[in-house]
Ligand binder design. Structure first.
Ligand code: NAD
Length: 473
């Protein structure tokens, strides 16, 4: 298909008045059963794949405008990521939708005369609400799961990335079946109006605060939710770590998308004797990535808006810690330099909230015991956890602390491929996404049991009058 010449229009709120009609239309399309046809789903997925390819230039331009995302990063983590995800689903969907048959030995006693199978059926009509930090990936990837499962869906991209929201609207409404899939653009009012409608599934990615609002409202109608939330992610560094590699990788974790990543570390718990050397390695890694400073780098993103810029600035203004790397801010450009702050209290402004930006804290500890005590005292289950130590120490960290996922000796990677489940636990969310797990997330595992008529005599044990002679399990 030829590349499109679409120019990104000004952001436009869909408005709340039309939302009931959009929701009811999307629901009525589901009832036609057309989305249950697997070939139909595959066609929609192929259309989405090619739409993302055709709108590549617009998506890259929108990501640049909204977040100053470098083209390389936008391809790696957004545009090509979504294409790979879509292709994976296209290649595997016919396997995923096959009824799962239970083998006879799985079923006890005379139940083995029955045939059991599990069918993955679409939950129905889904609402997908996206965040601003990966506006393309985190909006389209759940949609891929919804289409694959056979759901119809309404998508609400983040209004904080308005250019991406408008391109996503064009992609979804112009290229997919526009009755089955539509986009509502807007903010809180639109989300509230959407939540007043009945959905069969809500897939929300965003902050824990808003996740709570979504979950409360969904509970009123017993709507199942997947919540992909944030949290304060710790990194552990022990004397057995490769300090240079740890510094380089953790700095990377704070420079990708200017640290506006749900997975990036918020604080580093490090053996106190390693601190001076770790800071030196951080500075070296910074120099390697940004020989002329991060501000001059074409690769470094900007903070999404003034509100988030001031939120991060406040954390830095109020810290009682010492800035040991970075520290430059420029409001006119929404620029915040990758910044590390040495702190010594869990009450420090750098420790109490998720940073969700290029700033993080370094907290010296006496031992791994102390590090685990500190991280576990946060009482908010993180989405990610990083451990840089010996095999035994890393295992200990995994065993003694809960998190959505774990990456050992690196940053991010447990969330980077769609072959494994991705999601939070406790405060960092519920439910999983990515690949087959996204398909399952939008599906209902429906058990179908089939009893042959001829087996009635053999299955007589259930009928009254009961006779203990027949009791076998
Ligand atoms: P957010 O919660 O502010 O917004 C997410 C969505 O909710 C947006 O579409 C927005 O329009 C809507 N929204 C905002 N306030 C609302 C309200 N009061 N009522 C109803 N709807 C509302 O999140 P964000 O700022 O876009 O994203 C940052 C957060 O998302 C961070 O906490 C980050 O950790 C988290 N996040 C999590 C994941 C994950 O996969 N777990 C991925 C990306 C971001």
């Amino acid at each position: 298909m030829a590349a499109t010449s679409f120019k990104i229009p000004e952001f436009e709120n869909t408005g709340v008045d039309v939302i009931p009609a959009i929701a009811s239309n999307t629901r009525s399309i589901f009832r036609t059963n057309k989305t249950k046809n697997v070939q139909w789903r595959l066609t929609q997925l192929r259309k989405l794949y090619w739409a993302v390819e055709d709108y590549r230039a617009q998506l890259l331009a929108a990501l640049k405008k909204d977040l100053n995302k470098a083209e390389y990063e936008s391809l790696l983590t957004e545009v090509d990521w979504v294409k790979t995800d879509c292709m994976f689903m296209i290649q595997n969907l016919e396997t995923f939708v096959k009824d799962e048959k239970l083998k006879a030995p799985t079923v006890p006693g005379h139940f083995s005369l029955m045939k059991f199978r599990v069918r993955r059926e679409p939950l129905g009509t889904a609402l997908i609400i996206g965040p601003y930090n990966y506006p393309v990936q985190l909006t389209l990837s759940p949609l891929i799961g919804a289409i694959a499962a056979g759901c119809t869906a309404v998508v609400k991209p983040s209004e904080l990335t308005p250019n991406c929201a408008m391109v996503l609207k064009e992609i979804i409404q112009k290229r997919l079946d526009s009755n089955a899939y539509s986009v509502v653009n807007g903010g809180i009012l639109e989300v509230q109006a959407l939540l007043n409608e009945k959905w069969d599934k809500i897939f929300f990615t965003g902050s824990s605060q808003v996740g709570t609002v979504i979950a409360k409202k969904a509970a009123e109608t017993l709507t199942p939710v997947t919540l992909e939330l944030g949290g304060r992610n710790p990194a552990f560094i022990t004397k057995n770590a490769n300090l240079k590699v740890a510094a380089k990788r953790l700095l990377w974790g704070k420079t990708l998308n200017a640290g506006q990543v749900c997975l990036s570390q918020n604080y580093v718990l490090i053996d106190k004797d390693l601190v001076p050397q770790f800071i030196e390695h951080l500075k070296e890694a910074y120099k390697e990535s940004f020989p002329n400073g991060a501000k001059a780098s074409p690769d470094f993103s900007r903070i999404v808006n003034l509100r988030h810029f001031h939120r991060l600035k406040k954390m830095l203004d109020e810290t009682k810690g010492k800035i040991v790397m970075g520290g430059e801010l420029d409001e006119s450009e929404l620029f915040i330099e990758p910044t590390a702050v040495l702190v010594n209290s869990m009450d420090d402004s750098m420790m109490v909230e998720e940073s969700f930006g290029p700033i993080f804290s370094i907290y010296p500890v006496h031992s791994l015991d102390q590090a685990l005590n500190i991280a576990n005292s946060v009482h908010r289950t993180p989405l990610a956890l990083y451990s840089f130590g010996s095999k035994k120490e890393n295992e200990r960290v995994i065993n003694e602390m809960t998190s959505g996922g774990v990456t050992l000796n690196d940053s991010y990677f447990h969330g980077s491929v769609n072959a494994v489940p991705f999601g939070g636990v406790g405060d960092s969310g519920m439910g999983v996404a990515h690949g087959k797990y996204a398909f399952d997330t939008f599906s209902h595992a429906r058990t179908i049991a089939d009893t042959p008529n001829w087996a009635d005599g053999l299955l007589k044990a259930r009928y009254m009058p009961y006779d203990f002679k027949n009791l076998r399990v």
